[in-house]
Design a binder for this molecule. Structure first.
Ligand code: PLP
Length: 374
């Protein structure tokens, strides 16, 4: 095993259990978590995270693709796995073989699923205002048509909020309208004899800002991993989330850079005075955005060091002039805690002009993932 070699992820599964309990506590008792473990569980490692959640009593999961669903089945996950986005008709047989539940993207997609000719478990997506997937809520006649396709075994109905993280009046009103439209669609379907389906609309910020909604599932992703999208997010619910993931690597070598010398590709950084620099064994192929060049930070021996020069595929550089004892082999922390200093995924994301979700979900397969239950 190549553990703690070059660059690696440490997973704190106690923090995962803590976050799951915190989110569950906010919701009505009848609402279960349906964790989003798509994109390799936001870079954490889908097998490890899903298995850990299953041990905590979670039975339902959502993913983005058939391939992700199959990987979970191969990892031994036995409960419901909902595929949230598009599956090509040539993979419909895989849905049945691996007992995956497919999202009905709209009326036309429902017809394609039916045409497959064998029963498929589905949740029907309803578009209440995001205008991504789902049949439009204001097409009630089309929704009823979907229920007439006899090869669709409809076990759920869901929607997705597009501004649940927002704190402005306009965003709150838009979210309330989406919730109303969803409730209206559910009542309409029930009045017309459609029944026996579960409902869900909240993702992380839906739970954090609208926790009292009474549906059957909450599709939690980023909050379950202990992160906010940005470091400044305010939420209605009072929760303490603990980051599950730390990202670490090593110093490969330390050297002097004399005044006037440059470091790295394109000579983009030139030392104004004599400094000491470190080459660090992690790069953009591991998921560190190249746009962080000259903008990011990392922790070494509990001290914050700025990134300098251009980030390479496999390395990046830091100015370590102010950290006297630093030496080759030292651990560096890009996300996580070192001494009294902490950098969150949100901090890194902010420097890169994105959100923690993107940073985490792009962490590469070259990183060893090490699970810990301390
Ligand atoms: C990714 C996703 C989620 C999880 O979102 P978070 O904001 O990470 O909680 C929930 N529902 C859908 C449809 C998604 O695509």
């Amino acid at each position: 095993m190549y553990q703690k070699g070059r660059a690696w992820i440490e997973l704190n599964l106690n923090n995962l259990a803590h976050n799951a309990a915190q989110l569950k506590r906010l919701l009505p008792d009848s609402c279960a978590l349906m964790p989003a473990v798509k994109a390799n569980a936001y870079g954490h490692g889908a097998d490890t995270i899903a298995r850990a959640l299953e041990r905590m009593g979670v039975t339902d999961f959502c993913v983005a693709s058939v391939g992700e669903g199959i990987a979970l089945r191969n990892a031994g996950i036995t409960g419901q796995i909902l595929v949230l986005s598009y599956t090509s008709p040539y993979q419909f047989s895989e849905l049945r073989r691996y007992r995956l539940t497919q999202t009905v993207i709209d009326y036309d997609y429902a017809r394609q699923l039916h045409a497959f000719g064998k029963p498929i478990d589905v949740h029907v997506g309803i578009d209440t205002g995001m205008h991504r997937l789902g049949e439009r809520f204001d097409h009630p006649e089309k929704l009823l048509e979907i229920w007439k396709f006899k090869n669709l075994n409809i076990t759920g109905v869901f929607s997705h909020l597009c501004a649940a993280d927002g704190t402005s009046k306009a965003e709150k009103e838009y979210t309330k309208k989406q919730i109303q439209a969803f409730n209206h669609s559910i009542s309409f379907l029930k009045q017309n004899g459609c029944s026996g389906f579960k409902t869900h609309i909240q993702s992380s910020y839906g739970v954090l800002n609208y926790p009292s909604l009474e549906y059957d599932f909450a599709r939690v992703g980023i909050a379950l991993y202990g992160c906010f999208c940005t470091p400044h997010d305010q939420t209605a619910a009072d929760v303490t989330l603990r980051p599950v993931l730390s990202l670490k690597s090593r110093i490969e070598c330390v050297k002097q850079l004399h005044a006037g010398e440059s470091v790295g590709y394109g000579m983009s950084y030139t030392a104004a005075k004599d400094i000491r620099i470190a080459a660090v064994s992690i790069g953009y192929a591991d998921g560190i955005p190249r746009g962080l060049s000259e903008h990011g930070y990392l922790l070494i021996r509990g001290v914050k060091a700025p990134m300098i020069g251009r980030i390479c595929m496999d390395q990046l550089f830091a100015d370590v002039s102010h950290i006297p004892s630093v030496s080759a082999g030292d651990e560096t922390v890009l996300i996580g805690t070192s001494g009294n200093e902490t950098l969150t995924a949100g901090d890194l994301a902010e420097c890169a002009g994105t959100i923690s979700n993107e940073i985490l979900s792009r962490l590469g397969n070259r990183l060893e993932r090490i699970a810990q239950t301390a």
